[in-house]
Design a protein around this ligand. Structure first.
Ligand code: PMP
Length: 296
């Protein structure tokens, strides 16, 4: 059963700056730079049967995200990997979501932050289907967000930076307020970009089409799905996709560490079927992460 308690009021341990602390003691001061100026980056990865899928890729991306915001996390990739494993073990979790977060501390207030100390915390908890099982079966319903992914020259778009999620939360709230599950975002040019926390794929005539990730995350799940599709001999085309084209696609799905492979039933006025190729990619992905499929 899912724990319904608030996220600051649970049992277990959180890795905090090098050691495991009781869950409720993993606290920070209100004058933390990250809270005021979004100087924070994070990751999200899943453990399946006690093993975190593509852990090192996530730890590398975390360090890279921080570098793009101008700070260095004072732990190596190996140390971050090890800390993530410790968190799972300490909380006796096998299937879980793992959330590392790194941020600038409270040594300095104002826009400048060169003197702030860099912190790292890692928490983990059981987390079922991101959109719920029922939504996966019928396909999720997406609104079209009024917000657009920013251009790479207006924000560090390759970073999994907290600040970039401001428009994602706005988009998702707006969509859910209208009864949708989530929203599809276009980019600053008007091209189709991604979901609010997942990448997008489309199916036409047995081929996969996916937007080129030049202003949003090239997700680790996205890369895995592309590999899995190519292994099956399915053509994958990365390119600019314009909204006018959405009409011509038969299927659509979202990919992400939390969302895994989630079928989409509709995006704005465009409808899709929960089709065979989508379900195949979902099965291949789940087989791989659960080690029912070889990783070579
Ligand atoms: N885009 C956004 C905005 C996301 O938050 C995520 C989830 N991290 C993704 C794409 C997918 O990335 P990944 O497959 O690496 O989880």
């Amino acid at each position: 059963m899912t724990d319904q308690r608030n996220f600051d009021d649970r049992d277990g341990s959180i890795w905090f700056d090098g050691k495991l602390v009781p869950w409720r003691d993993a606290n920070i001061h209100v004058l933390t730079h990250a809270l005021h100026y979004a100087s924070s980056v994070f990751e999200g990865q899943r453990a399946y049967g006690g093993e975190i899928f593509r852990l090192t890729d996530h730890s590398r991306r975390l360090r890279r995200s921080a570098e793009l915001l101008g700070f260095e996390i004072p732990w190596t990739v190996d140390e971050i990997d090890e800390a993530c494993r410790q968190v799972l073990q300490a909380n006796q979790l096998e299937d879980a979501y793992v959330r590392p977060v790194a941020w600038r501390g409270s040594e300095q207030m104002g826009v400048s932050a060169q003197r702030t100390k860099i912190h790292l915390a890692i928490a983990a908890w059981p987390w079922g289907a991101y959109f719920g099982e029922e939504a996966i079966r019928r396909g999720v319903r997406l609104d079209i967000s009024p917000w657009r992914r920013p251009a790479p020259y207006t924000a560090p778009t390759e970073s999994k930076a907290s600040g970039l999620y401001m428009i994602c939360t706005l988009s998702r709230h707006n969509a859910q307020g209208k009864g949708y599950d989530d929203a599809l975002m276009f980019d600053w040019r008007g091209q189709v970009a991604e979901g609010t926390g997942a990448n997008a794929f489309f199916v036409r005539d047995g081929a996969l089409h996916t937007p080129t990730p030049d202003c949003f995350l090239n997700g680790i799940t996205r890369q895995t799905v592309i590999e899995l599709a190519r292994r099956r001999g399915i053509e994958v085309i990365e390119r600019a996709i314009w909204p006018e084209e959405l009409e011509s696609f038969e299927q659509m799905f979202l990919t992400g560490s939390a969302a895994e492979v989630t079928p989409v039933a509709s995006a704005g006025p465009w409808n899709f079927e929960v089709g065979d190729l989508t379900l195949q990619m979902r099965k291949d992905y789940l087989d791989l992460v659960n080690r029912r499929l070889s990783n070579s």
